[in-house]
Design a protein around this ligand. Structure first.
Ligand SMILES: NC(=O)c1ccc[n+]([C@@H]2O[C@H](COP(=O)([O-])OP(=O)(O)OC[C@H]3O[C@@H](n4cnc5c(N)ncnc54)[C@H](O)[C@@H]3O)[C@@H](O)[C@H]2O)c1
Length: 253
């Protein structure tokens, strides 16, 4: 039997990148996967890939920071499948690269709204359902290595990701006796469309990133997905409140 047989798991930001790779792994491990994203064509593509491989998946168009929208998507998922066992709250956007004096208030607000408020909103709706169904559940949030250390020039992204780590620990403590586990993965540099956008300005930025990583390479998105799938499974049954770096050793330095 596979690790996630009979589980129903939602993945935000599953249309591309880390979310897509994770959705494919979760489905291969037996889960029914619901993707919540804004990029409809890419979301449909992820669903198609999963179905072609023999898995179950569906797509929901929703902005993760829209409380009523997320609540309605979860109601649809539960209506169709009867429960929600897990959630990978992974949707996120990159922020501006600038020192604080040059960060526009609107950019700060946008990054905090998607990357931090989005995780708050999703967890609020997921936990409401998980408490109701009494079977518990496992939530994994995508923070970042940038949620564990300071990075000059990334004030809004860094603050949002530190917030995700704090939120993960707090909610893990609040629901530890209710069979709901909450953990975070903290990726380093992962080969996704987001990394492509951040490094497109110059090859030098990419080389500098790789040079900062003890393993001297970026990761494939599936290397985050494998960790997230394990955290979502009963194999990690005593793990909660953890913010796990998956970063080739970057923050260990
Ligand atoms: N790529 C990296 O190196 C890296 C490193 C650390 C953390 N992360 C984090 O990993 C997560 C996934 O990033 P990725 O690299 O796969 O990027 P990506 O841009 O490839 O994927 C992000 C996905 O989130 C979706 N999304 C964005 N805003 C949304 C919203 N408001 N509502 C619903 N969906 C929304 C996008 O449409 C996209 O499909 C993000 O939270 C990111 O901050 C990435």
């Amino acid at each position: 039997m596979t690790m996630l047989t009979n589980k129903v798991i939602l993945v935000t930001g599953g249309s591309t990148g880390i979310g897509r790779a994770t959705a494919k792994i979760l489905a291969a491990e037996g889960a029914t996967v619901a993707i919540l994203d804004l990029q409809d064509a890419e979301g449909a593509e992820t669903v198609e890939m999963i179905k072609e491989a023999g898995g179950n998946a569906e797509y929901h168009h929703v902005d993760v920071s829209d409380y009523l929208g997320v609540r309605a998507s979860i109601a649809k998922i539960v209506g169709a499948h009867g429960k929600l066992d897990g959630a990978f709250n992974n949707a996120g956007i990159e922020g501006p690269t600038a020192k604080i004096l040059d960060v526009a208030i609107e950019d700060w607000d946008r990054v905090i709204r998607v990357n931090l408020t989005g995780v708050f909103v999703c967890m609020k709706c997921e936990i409401e359902q998980m408490v109701k169904q009494d079977g518990g559940g496992s939530i994994v949030n995508t923070a970042s290595a940038a949620g564990l250390i300071g990075i000059p020039g990334a004030a809004s992204y860094n603050s949002a990701k530190h917030g995700v780590v704090g939120l993960t620990k707090t909610v893990a403590l609040e629901y530890a006796t209710k069979k709901i586990r909450v953990n975070a993965v903290c990726p380093g540099f992962i080969e996704t469309p987001m990394l492509g956008r951040v490094t497109e300005a110059s090859v030098k930025i990419r080389d500098q990133m790789i040079g900062a990583v003890p393993m001297r390479r970026v990761a494939a998105p599936s290397e985050i997905g494998e960790v997230a799938a394990w955290l979502m499974s009963d194999k990690s049954s005593y793990v909660t409140g953890v913010a796990m770096p998956v970063d080739g050793g970057w923050v260990a330095q």
